[in-house]
Ligand binder design. Structure first.
Ligand SMILES: Cc1ncc(COP(=O)(O)O)c(C=O)c1O
Length: 510
């Protein structure tokens, strides 16, 4: 097996502020005629003093070619899903077809303005309306908002709806707790706390699923709801989901579906049929926008009919002839995003679903699950790795290995393993999450990887294991060796982040 050791280009690239020279420009405008200049001065005089930029000397002064080369060089020191395998568990880093990218960049999309008269944006509204209908169908929900900007923003929207619902029923003061399993994504307890709830964490059972006894003990008249993702963060399907939903409903709570893990169930089962009342989607995972990298996302929220009056405004409706914004939502929680959400992300999702159709989505979810179980089958038997929780059960789209045995035997940690992967041009999986697995490697291959790429991943794990057990531990502790940037001081970066040029200059002065 060819492992493709990767030697990344190393550029000692200065900051863009350190390039160029005083007065250098990337563009030239034709000089103004005396009349034009006069007009300009007139306009400038009308700008209030407080709004005039005093000092533009902090801008880089560079030519066009310097800008292009600077960013091209930086891009060569980067790694993305277009460079290679990116099995970042819980992030669904699938390859996204470029056609959807192209469609989202059409002038009809980019040049729209949210204040345009509604008759001129009927196409955009139709797209949003139809996307909403499809997402409702996919999740088994009755009404939807496309506004939230990400998964966590969707969670906050959903939990705010739970709050508004209990307040409407005059139970807002008593129903103050949201239950979350200990395997949940960190955003779940964060969203619950941000919405003013007390988060009650319940332990997983030996199988890595919701412990029904612990859930029973946590439920009370204080319960506002339960947040759950299914399949859960271990990649295990919660088989007791119908029972779980009933227990929460019987206690008067609502059941929230964290749809970040929707990819493996697309077109097969629906959260609405599993008993969930509210769902968020991560369009920037399953639906053709890359997750991660800090770019914009979209986290639409679907609800069952009895919650539709709490959705953010405006909802997008169709009266049989035209599409329109509906602000008449009686108990709305208000707006959760400027205007109507991140439209270009919605375009990509629309194009993706339209192209795949129901059968295509079903195929995608099947392949995501197949790829994950193929990798798991080989990876779990490599020396130094184990599969905690229900080792006999199949996983869904992802699985979580533990490198605890390797750490114990050789001192090589999960961090060392993941850094060494970079030397082979492989993005490491998510590590040290979920917290219930020691030395965790959370691996999600997605449906877009070929068998050869999966085999390469297995061979790399195998090689790292051999290095660890054959005394090459120093090589692993000091990895990566072939990348533009070596091992960074993660604690320093987290504790003392320098995020801007201004902060850097400030730091240098201190
Ligand atoms: C299970 C789960 N829930 C929620 C989220 C939050 O989504 P976002 O990053 O879009 O805020 C993630 C993100 O990875 C996730 O994996």
């Amino acid at each position: 097996m060819q492992l493709n050791e990767r030697h990344q280009v190393v550029w000692k690239e200065p900051l863009i502020f350190e390039l160029g020279a005083k007065g250098r420009r990337g563009h030239n405008y034709p000089s103004l005629t005396p009349e034009e200049n006069e007009k300009l001065q007139e306009v400038l005089q009308k700008i209030p003093e407080t709004m005039l930029r005093k000092d533009s000397s902090n801008l880089p002064e560079v030519s066009e070619v310097e800008v292009v080369r600077h960013y091209t060089r930086l891009s060569e020191t980067n790694y993305g899903v277009d460079s290679g395998f990116y099995p970042l568990g819980s992030c669904t880093m699938k390859y996204n077809p470029k056609i959807n990218e192209v469609l989202s960049q059409l002038p009809e999309v980019l040049e729209l303005h949210p204040y345009q008269p509604i008759e001129t944006v009927q196409g955009a509204l139709e797209l949003m309306y139809k996307l909403g209908e499809w997402l409702k169908e996919i999740a088994g929900m009755d009404a939807i908002t496309l506004q939230p900007a990400a998964g966590a923003a969707g969670e906050f929207t959903g939990v705010s709806i739970i709050k508004a619902y209990h307040e409407f029923k005059n139970e807002g003061d008593t129903r103050t707790e949201i239950i979350v399993p200990d395997s949940a994504h960190g955003t779940n307890p964060a969203s619950s706390s941000m919405a003013g709830f007390k988060t009650v964490v319940i332990p997983s059972n030996e199988e890595g699923c919701v412990d029904l006894e612990a859930l029973e003990a946590a439920l009370s008249e204080k319960t506002a709801g339960l947040m759950l993702t299914n399949p859960n963060t271990l990649g295990l399907f919660e088989k007791d989901i119908l029972k779980i939903a009933k227990m929460v409903h019987d206690a008067g709570g609502l059941v929230y579906y964290d749809g970040a893990n929707l990819n493996p169930i697309l077109g097969r089962i629906r959260p609405g049929d599993m008993g969930f009342d509210i769902v968020h989607f991560n369009l920037h995972k399953a639906f053709s926008t890359p997750h991660g990298g800090g770019g914009p996302g979209a986290g639409p929220v679907g609800v069952k009919d009895f919650l539709k009056d709490f959705l953010p405004v405006p909802t997008i409706e169709f009266d049989g002839e035209k599409y329109y914004f509906n602000y008449d939502v009686p108990h709305t929680i208000g707006k959760v995003h400027g205007f109507y959400g991140n439209f270009a992300i919605l375009v990509r999702a629309f194009a993706y679903i339209l192209r795949l159709g129901k059968e295509g989505l079903k195929m995608a979810s099947a392949l995501a699950t197949l790829n994950s179980n193929y990798l798991l089958h080989h990876a779990k038997n490599i020396k130094g790795f184990s599969l905690p929780y229900a080792p006999e059960r199949l996983r869904m789209h992802e699985f979580v290995l533990s490198a605890q045995p390797m750490l114990k035997d050789t001192g090589v940690s999960t961090l060392d393993i993941s850094k060494r992967m970079l030397d082979f041009g492989m993005h490491p999986p998510t590590i040290y999450f979920p917290l219930i697995v020691h030395e965790a490697l959370m691996i999600e291959p997605t449906e877009t990887e070929s068998k050869e790429e999966l085999d390469r991943f297995i061979a790399i794990l195998q090689k790292i294991s051999e290095e660890a057990y054959n005394g090459k531990t120093e090589l692993l502790h000091t990895a990566p060796h072939n990348t533009a940037v070596g091992r960074v001081d993660e604690v320093l970066a987290a504790r003392h982040p320098i995020l801007s040029y201004r902060m850097l200059k400030q730091k240098e002065k201190e």
